[in-house]
Design a protein around this ligand. Structure first.
Ligand code: SF4
Ligand code: SF4
Length: 219
């Protein structure tokens, strides 16, 4: 449950709907004090009050693709480019209201899943991913910080979805989710050996733990 919603928050939620953002949440920057300094909102914007987290529904697996630009020597994530554009539009929206904002880069960045948990968007499941009510784990996130005081969501730390479920743990081909702890090395090694090529420069990583989660599935 959110705290009583202020007018600016209402306007921003309406704006997010207008520009086709699939979901948005707001968290209190002081809640990030549990993280190291470089992962706190104030490292990006002094006097920041709110972290805005936006999400994109990966309704088609090809949206989760990485494209390698050989000329620039870097990779781009398709859905992330859409999210980045939406972050710029939110930043402009808040600037017109007189507030400063900063789009959060990936490095060092905020912990995006934790930011979503703190904003009350959903819990982290046994697959070590954010679980949203509507879209399950099939989401991608981005965030920005602002000195606007928006209405915060209530953090969701426990995943009720996972209480009687173990599907993702049993589905992971690398055993990277065994024992209730995500093993990043096992996951990464498996993913790198099993990249799926959509074209010469476009790949998709292993998504089994995303796709196996029944939450939010329509089929
Ligand atoms: S991405 Fe694949 S290997 Fe990694 S945890 Fe998920 S299912 Fe396991
Ligand atoms: S598959 Fe089941 S256990 Fe895994 S994250 Fe989804 S609900 Fe939780």
């Amino acid at each position: 449950m959110m705290e009583p919603i202020n007018n600016l928050t209402k306007e921003l939620i309406e704006y997010c709907e207008k520009i086709d953002i699939d979901f948005v949440g707001f968290s209190d920057t002081t809640k990030f004090n549990i993280f190291s300094k470089k992962h706190r909102p104030d490292s990006y914007l002094s006097n920041s009050k709110t972290v805005v987290v936006i999400g994109f529904h990966l309704y088609d697996i090809s949206l989760d693709a990485w494209n390698r630009d050989e000329v620039k020597g870097r990779s781009y994530h398709f859905a992330d480019l859409i999210l980045l554009n939406q972050c710029h539009r939110i930043k402009n929206f808040l600037a017109k209201k007189g507030f400063n904002s900063k789009i959060i880069s990936y490095e060092p960045g905020l912990f995006l899943k934790d930011a979503a948990v703190l904003a009350g968007i959903g819990p982290i499941g046994k697959n070590n991913l954010l679980i949203t009510k509507t879209y399950g784990a099939q989401v991608r996130l981005r965030s920005l910080v602002t000195d606007a005081k928006l209405s915060y969501g209530t953090p969701i730390h426990e995943s009720d979805y996972c209480k009687n479920c173990n599907i993702c743990v049993e589905s992971c081909p690398a055993g990277a989710l065994e024992g209730g702890k995500y093993n990043k090395d096992l996951c990464r090694n498996y993913c790198l050996k099993n990249l799926k090529n959509l074209s010469e420069n476009t790949v998709i990583w292993c998504n089994i733990c995303i796709e196996s989660c029944p939450v939010g599935r329509k089929d």
